[in-house]
Design a binder for this molecule. Structure first.
Ligand SMILES: NC(=O)c1ccc[n+]([C@@H]2O[C@H](COP(=O)([O-])OP(=O)(O)OC[C@H]3O[C@@H](n4cnc5c(N)ncnc54)[C@H](O)[C@@H]3O)[C@@H](O)[C@H]2O)c1
Length: 328
């Protein structure tokens, strides 16, 4: 299949591209590089530097590359930033996706996979969170993704567009070629590894008085290669129906456990500094991905936190300056 990957120069998009190539699909990356890296796109993959709002370039790209399906990862993704600048999120994530969907409809492309998020669920009513869990997001970021999810059935109704919304829990890890290089970095594992590399003095632990086994928040970590694989598997069922999937390992680790695992993997001192709770952090977020396992045959290959951290550590050692400098 010829698959357009919006946001394919970003962290998770680069792993989606790898998995598409591994299954003999032909990915085409469409990214404006506002947060992505040209170096993250393999030289044998077509790259179009373009914006979601450029409908003409989108239509031209869909036609030129005879695109069969679109995997849509291009978005802004910082919940905290969205609290102070919601318009940035509604504009890029919601309006940008409308522009993309309209270009698809006009070009006759009717298969769509959305990078959605566990942030659409908000504070858990129960865990593990399955696909039937109520969706009550508590940040404009989560709302922006839920709004896209809610638009899609109407595009299906009116235009026959088939879709899958993939709600990722905490994306993490790296492949030998592709890893996490965000600026600013907001995710726990790369922040911890920056301490291990001596780039940062310590890692902040927000909240140590939660009702969890060691008082810190519990999160479900899922490797980017496993996420990429799930997208490739989800392309098949789009032939017949739309279906949403939660992508998670089904197991959770506290912040302290992740730091301890990173000390073990890196063999380095990693200082943690206790801070008060942050607003909007649920104590426990663990996902139930039985539907993806049963219906797509998805089996996450990285199920231990050590293997996930090891893969990220290997990438950071190989690319200590991220994509800005050649591999060591
Ligand atoms: N990282 C996580 O833990 C996580 C968890 C759940 C969901 N997600 C979702 O996964 C997707 C990818 O996340 P990521 O961590 O790879 O982020 P990322 O910032 O590394 O990648 C996003 C890419 O989209 C591009 N982009 C943004 N706006 C664009 C626009 N208007 N036009 C063209 N390109 C644009 C950026 O340049 C970037 O390359 C996002 O949609 C995010 O909401 C991420």
């Amino acid at each position: 299949m010829n698959v357009l990957v919006t946001g394919g120069a970003g962290y998770i998009g680069s792993a989606v591209v790898e998995e598409l190539l591994a299954e003999q699909h032909t990915p085409v990356v469409y990214d404006n590089l506002v947060a992505g890296h040209r170096e993250a796109v393999p030289s044998n993959v077509a790259f179009v530097q373009g914006d979601l709002f450029d409908g003409q370039l989108l239509r031209q790209t869909l036609a030129t590359h005879a695109i069969d399906a679109v995997i849509h990862l291009a978005a802004f993704l910082q919940p905290n930033e969205s609290m102070t600048n919601p318009g940035k999120y509604f504009q890029n994530n919601v309006a940008g996706t409308v522009s993309l969907l309209n270009a698809m409809v006009e070009s006759g492309v009717r298969r769509f996979i959305l990078s959605s998020t566990c942030a659409t669920f908000g504070d858990p009513v129960y865990t593990p969170i399955d696909e039937r869990h109520p969706q009550q997001p508590i940040s404009p970021y989560g709302v922006s993704k839920l709004m896209i999810e809610q638009m899609l059935p109407w595009y299906e109704h009116a235009h026959g567009l088939r879709y899958s919304c993939m709600r990722y829990f905490n994306a993490c890890g790296a492949t030998p070629e592709h890893g996490e290089d965000h600026d600013p970095e907001i995710h726990l594992i790369p922040l911890i590894l920056q301490v291990a590399m001596g780039k940062r003095a310590n890692v902040k632990i927000f909240g140590t008085d939660y009702d969890t086994r060691d008082g810190t928040c519990i999160r479900d970590y899922v490797h980017i290669s496993d996420l990429g694989r799930a997208h490739v598997l989800a392309l098949g069922p789009l032939e017949t129906r739309s279906r949403n999937f939660n992508l998670a390992n089904g197991d959770g680790f506290t912040v302290r456990e992740v730091i301890e695992a990173a000390r073990h993997v890196t063999g380095r001192e990693i200082a943690g500094v206790e801070e008060p709770r942050r607003a909007g952090d649920p104590p426990v977020m663990i996902g139930d991905s039985r539907r993806a396992r049963e219906e797509l045959g998805w089996v996450p290959r990285y199920s231990t936190i050590e293997s996930i951290i090891q893969s990220a550590w290997d990438w950071h050692l190989r690319f200590p300056q991220g994509y800005a400098a050649p591999a060591q």
